[in-house]
Design a protein around this ligand. Structure first.
Ligand SMILES: Nc1ccn([C@@H]2O[C@H](COP(=O)(O)OP(=O)(O)OP(=O)(O)O)[C@@H](O)[C@H]2O)c(=O)n1
Ligand SMILES: [Mg+2]
Length: 403
């Protein structure tokens, strides 16, 4: 196969391949970028592999950075852009099911491709668009199949994360997992215990945001991978129920993914914190998920009030609407957006009074002042007090007298 019009992502990188070839070595595009070009889908990153050893790459280009030199990766700066170039390599050892004990640089493309995870990822492409397909990757792309390169058991023993990658690609592309590969995952699913949660997280979220997340979830249950991921091992029936919904029509981002799961598993705030910690998600993301879940539950019980909209904010309100839609709730998102737009204020900075002004009016600095401002915020949002200086000052005095 030869691809005539390479996507723009390759335009500059082609020059780098040419420079390496002119120096007498081989260089190819490898991995996801070749797969996605054949599928006509968006390319994530362009990886380059070469027969040149790292030291040789460094002697060809003026400016390089030793990114992961022990694994054979050098970053090359060329015409103001950076490119990661990895020497063809084989790997051996894998005592810990995630890292090779030894990486050996080789000159043969075939040796490099045969240690890769799936046939659709073991394609290489020359600078001129010619695709090298040594393991039937193009055929599998056509037949919509995820198939391990060579012996699937060996591939999963080398890196157990690849089992999650299989369900990720099956969902992302809406492909089936070939029978032997599927059986090998079922047999080795327990090895996922060895893998850092951060790496599982990346694949899991990509799976949920794929074309066929229900397929991915069902495969995680069938292969028992679900038993070896945090939290959801205790919610298998909730996950099975989730897989019956057409969630892919609604999910667009990571916040939605975790919020959907939290609502489906009926988690409270403490449990959401626990889930997010167990999956090593950031505090910021956790905060967003708590807000989205709060809003989503109110939307689904037709209880959405001004203060919740204010607290949650526009972006997460939109996320909450999407989750409610995914659960089949009829959501009038235009109405909700309109109500949000008409809130008297969107943030406390918009209050026509602040701590400093109140202090000038004789209020004492300290926690009590903070409470007064909080009250004012609530009163303005729920339209009990107008957002003007005089009304706010009067309301502040009333609040202080009450306390
Ligand atoms: N556990 C892994 C991870 C990666 N790879 C190989 O390294 C390539 C690049 O990996 P990565 O960027 O993680 O995946 P992509 O296939 O490029 O997918 P994405 O579009 O998400 O970048 C893969 O195509 C595959 O050939 C592998 O064999 N085993
Ligand atoms: Mg990639």
């Amino acid at each position: 196969m030869k691809i005539e019009n390479l996507p723009n992502e390759f335009t500059d990188a082609r020059k780098v391949l040419q420079v390496i070839e002119d120096a007498g070595y081989q260089a190819y595009f490898v991995g996801g970028s070749v797969r996605d070009t054949i599928l006509h889908t968006r390319i994530n990153d362009v990886d380059i592999a070469s027969s040149a050893y790292p030291e040789e790459i460094k002697s060809i280009f003026k400016k390089t950075i030793d990114t992961g030199i022990e694994h054979g990766t050098v970053t090359v700066m060329y015409d103001g852009k950076s490119y990661e170039i990895t020497t063809f390599r084989t790997e051996s050892g894998y005592q810990d099911y995630r890292r090779p004990d030894q990486v050996t640089f080789v000159r043969s493309l075939k040796d490099d491709l045969k240690r890769r995870d799936f046939t659709i990822n073991a394609l290489a492409m020359k600078e001129n668009g010619e695709v090298i397909d040594l393991f039937g990757g193009i055929d599998d792309l056509k037949k919509h199949i995820i198939r391990a390169v060579g012996d699937p058991e060996q591939r999963f023993n080398e890196d157990a994360l690849r089992m999650m990658r299989a369900v990720r690609f099956a969902s992302k592309l809406d492909f089936t997992i070939e029978a032997e590969t599927f059986t090998a995952i079922t047999k080795h699913s327990y090895l996922l215990k060895k893998i850092a949660v951060e790496r599982i997280n990346v694949e899991f979220v990509k799976m949920m945001l794929g074309k066929a997340p229900s397929r991915g979830l069902n495969q995680m249950i069938e292969t028992k991978l679900i038993q070896y991921v945090p939290i959801f091992n205790n919610y298998v029936s909730n996950i099975a129920d989730l897989a019956t919904l057409s969630i892919s029509d609604y999910l667009n981002n990571e916040t939605q993914v975790w919020s959907l799961l939290a609502v489906q598993c009926g988690l409270n705030d403490d449990q959401i914190n626990h889930m997010m910690k167990a999956w090593k998600c950031s505090n910021k993301l956790t905060e967003n998920v708590r807000l989205v879940v709060l809003a989503c539950r109110k939307i689904m019980t037709d209880n959405l009030d001004a203060m919740t909209m204010y607290l949650v904010g526009k972006e997460d309100l939109d996320n909450a609407c999407q989750i409610a839609l995914a659960f089949g709730h009829l959501v009038d998102d235009d109405r909700i957006e309109n109500e949000y737009e008409h809130l008297p204020i969107k943030s406390k900075n918009e209050l026509k009074i602040n701590g400093k002004i109140l202090i000038n009016h004789g209020f004492k600095p300290g926690p009590q002042l903070g409470r007064v401002l909080k009250h004012l915020e609530q009163a303005v949002v729920s339209e009990q007090v107008n957002n003007d200086y005089d009304s706010l000052l009067a309301a502040s005095k009333k609040i202080i007298n009450r306390q």
